[in-house]
Write a new protein. Sequence first.
Length: 64
Amino acid sequence: MPEKPLQVRIEATDQRPGQFTLSFNSSQYPLTLNPDANVTFSDWLRRLQPVLAGQDDPSGELAP
């Protein structure tokens, strides 16, 4: 049986700058991006896959 592709969305919220909602499947998580931090978006995406698979964040910075 073919697997459905994973669709991940990041949407801005109206609450304050840097606040987003990360959505995939039926799950939603609040996300705060700080442009002053030394983290690139591509690094976040690289770390996202193991977290979504139920593993720990390779950097140890994302909560389970």
